[in-house]
Design a binder for this molecule. Structure first.
Ligand SMILES: [Zn+2]
Ligand SMILES: [Zn+2]
Length: 402
């Protein structure tokens, strides 16, 4: 049995705990920045593990609901393993025995599983016969899904507090409901998107619906702006650079015969690389500025959210070696994970990192995707996740040390 398989065996030995943690968290989901019960649950579980120093709360992690564990065994570099802990404002439709007990809140992105897996990794790595020399940081990060009024998600708080300052490599994983257990998406380079949001206001004068020529109509202008926005990705951006702009909200007027004074619209912009990100900003301004030639005026605010997740070559190689050693029959799907966002991108920007997507879904016919009220995972994947995170940390520390 090789060392990866030994770790997997250890992870299987704590299967009932992994399931119990995951189900407890699933039943008690909490929204971003409100993970108080989740954080104290994680903190108390971590404190039960011999040899782990626990950091918790704003003073020690930079954010009230943050928790981190530090496991040091001898000299050597520091590697971080990260899980996110927050849930989503979704009413669960599943009727499982571990169904969400918090009305309107659900772990529909699998962060309950991520948290349970990281607790499992802490147990397995703290075991005296798991050999490594160096330090492993277990980062239980709140607020991956949502930002606060400063525009920040959870990861930037950990970074500002300095939790990543001594870390030289970081690993994370995410549930992948699109693939069944036995498949893993692992991709080097940009793998998830830059996430930017915009809010635009088109101003006209408004007026009587029967006398449009006496005023300026922002709804008429909107029809051209929408066309121009759709053209940014289709006609103004290289087809080789992924880019999406979607308008998700339009608000204007409230009457059949009154031309409104303004239209507000909001949307999201996604891209993979820095240049395309800048390019989309510029093009969006240009699309909105069309209204000036129609007698209107505009306001446009663009807020830059998490950066694209770019997986480091070395970290991806380590993940790949550990997968192949532990699960030789698994399929590794070398493809980007889409234009979704992931605030692990902040951590990957700071230190060489890799996140993989772990096949955890049911058959393809069942559409139980991320952020859906019927989302669920196959729990057999929990010990697999534990052994991949723990195995990568050990692999990195042992390789760097020799
Ligand atoms: Zn999510
Ligand atoms: Zn997620």
């Amino acid at each position: 049995m090789n060392s990866g398989q030994m770790l997997y065996k250890k992870a299987q030995n704590i299967y009932s705990s992994l399931v119990a943690w995951r189900r407890y968290l699933h039943q008690h989901p909490e929204l971003s920045f409100e993970e108080k019960n989740t954080a104290s649950f994680v903190e108390s579980e971590l404190r039960k593990i011999d040899g782990i120093k626990v950091l918790a709360g704003k003073e020690e992690t930079g954010i009230e609901t943050g928790v981190a564990g530090i496991l040091k065994k001898g000299e050597g570099p520091v590697v971080a393993l990260r899980a996110d802990m927050d849930a989503l404002p979704i009413q669960e439709e599943n009727e499982s025995i571990y169904k969400s007990q918090n009305f309107g809140v659900m772990h529909a992105c699998g962060h309950d599983a991520h948290t349970a897996i990281l607790l499992g990794a802490a147990h397995v790595l703290a075991d005296t016969d798991s050999p490594f020399s160096g330090t492993i940081k277990f980062l239980f990060q709140p607020a991956e899904e949502g930002s606060d009024d400063t525009g920040r998600t959870g990861a930037p708080y950990f970074i500002q507090k300095g939790l990543l300052d001594d870390v030289s490599m970081a690993f994370a994983l995410h549930m992948d409901p699109e693939n069944e257990p036995g498949s893993i998406k692992l991709h080097q380079g940009p793998s998830m998107a830059n996430v930017d949001t915009f809010k635009g206001i088109i101003y006209g004068t408004g007026g009587h619906g029967a006398y449009p020529h006496l005023g300026t109509d922002p709804v008429w202008m909107l029809s051209f702006v929408l066309q121009a926005i759709q053209g940014v990705a289709a006609r103004r951006t290289s087809p080789l650079s992924p880019a999406v702009i979607s308008v998700g909200e339009i608000k204007t007027g409230s009457s059949t015969n009154v031309i409104p004074e303004k239209v507000t619209l909001q949307g999201t912009m996604r891209s993979y690389d820095k240049n395309t990100r800048k390019h989309l900003d510029k093009e969006l301004h240009q699309a909105f500025s069309l209204v000036e030639s129609m007698g209107g005026s505009l306001e446009l605010d663009i807020e830059h959210g998490e950066p694209a997740l770019s997986n480091d070559q070395k970290a991806v190689e380590i993940y790949k070696s550990v997968i192949q050693e532990t699960f030789p029959t698994f399929h590794i799907l070398n493809e980007p994970y889409g234009l979704g966002g992931e605030d692990f991108g902040y951590i990957a920007e700071k230190v060489p990192s890799a996140m993989l997507f772990l096949g955890a879904g049911f058959s393809k016919k069942e559409n139980r995707g991320l952020h859906m009220p019927c989302f669920d995972i196959q729990e057999e994947i929990l010990p697999v996740g534990v052994s991949l995170l723990a195995g990568s940390a050990i692999y990195y520390l042992n390789e760097t040390h020799e």
